[in-house]
Write a protein that binds this ligand. Structure first.
Ligand SMILES: Nc1ncnc2c1ncn2[C@@H]1O[C@H](COP(=O)(O)OP(=O)(O)O)[C@@H](O)[C@H]1O
Ligand SMILES: [Mg+2]
Length: 309
């Protein structure tokens, strides 16, 4: 009996009949394989920062993410990999309810941040996104000065106020602003390059600098989790190396969840890796070394060795 058949039999015992009756969904080049729960049952030491359970996302009638459960450890780098269209960005956006902004999106299931459900009525979305910040694929600084890009968030949240009115009432936070700008830019490894031109327009920076500015901007509101969706895919190799080094450093203090289509990058920078494959399913999740050296799923092995995707 072939190994595949054995796996199929073991798996079908733990599956509901309805699920087992569904045709396997693969793209061309993928082998047929029933998923096994133990492939995603990742045990780790340390504290869970985000716990995702049975997450389903629909865009209208399209079922983009199917029954995803995974726990994300705090102060580490979790990489999400998989072929285009398998739901990585959708999953990432669930972690700070960014999908709420997409009209056709419907999210079912549970996401807990430090044990608290974020999909419950009354969740303060501004506060949530302050705790769970996001950095996008292409750098998107505001067309404002470098300084204003950093202080924009804290101002919006009322954490700094340098207005004339505030000064009249004896509350000027200019010094706090300067400190915050410096701290954030240092954390994003950009301070040395821009400290003599904080009033220059951010759009004059290089692509790599702009992306580090966006990271600094996300850090300025004191987040706990940083979500990054292919943050280096628009950058040259040198700028990419800087971002990778930065991500590694940030994980000492923050919980970083990063989508990347670059497998070498995932292998270099992450502590654990989650592999999403066709059909919006999480197929395997584990220590990055294990995923890349000894994956349990044949399809994951094929994907990692470049047979499809
Ligand atoms: N805003 C949206 N509206 C409708 N469908 C979407 C939207 N975003 C993503 N999708 C669909 O959901 C699936 C997963 O997409 P996505 O999460 O962007 O995948 P990935 O990031 O892995 O490439 C795809 O089929 C995509 O077409
Ligand atoms: Mg994406």
């Amino acid at each position: 009996m072939s190994e595949t058949t054995q796996q199929t039999q073991t798996q079908s015992q733990s599956q509901t009949e309805a699920e087992a009756a569904q045709p396997l969904q693969t793209t061309s080049g993928e082998s047929e394989e029933r998923l096994r729960e133990e492939w995603t049952d990742y045990r780790f030491d340390g504290t869970t920062k985000l716990a995702v359970e049975d997450l389903d996302v629909h865009y209208g009638d399209d079922h983009a993410l199917k029954g995803v459960s995974m726990e994300i450890p705090e102060r580490s780098v979790t990489a999400l990999i998989g072929p285009s269209g398998c739901g990585k960005s959708t999953f990432l956006r669930c972690l700070n309810r960014m999908n709420d902004r997409i009209k056709s999106a419907r999210v079912d299931g549970s996401v807990q941040l430090d044990g608290q459900e974020i999909y419950q009525e009354g969740t303060d979305l501004v506060e949530l996104r302050k705790r769970v910040g996001m950095v996008f694929q292409s750098p998107n600084p505001f067309p404002k000065s470098i300084r204003d890009n950093i202080s924009y968030g804290p101002r919006k949240h009322g954490d700094i106020d340098t207005s004339l009115l505030a000064r009249l009432f004896g509350r000027s936070d200019e010094e706090a602003e300067e400190q915050l700008v410096e701290r954030s830019l240092r954390q994003a490894a950009l301070w040395d390059e821009v400290n003599d031109r904080l009033d220059d327009n951010a759009l004059g920076l290089s692509g790599g600098q702009q992306q580090r500015l966006c990271i600094a901007r996300a850090l300025a509101t004191d987040p706990e989790v940083l979500l990054m969706d292919e943050p280096a895919s628009a950058l040259d190799p040198i700028a990419t190396a800087k971002i990778e080094e930065l991500i590694h450093e940030l994980s000492q203090e923050y919980t970083v969840v990063i989508v990347t289509h670059n497998m070498q990058q995932a292998a270099r920078i992450s502590d654990q890796t989650a592999v999403f494959l066709t059909g919006g399913k999480l197929v395997e999740y584990g220590d990055t070394d294990q995923i890349f050296e000894n994956p349990q799923s044949q399809r994951v092995e094929d994907y990692i060795s470049g047979k499809f995707g």
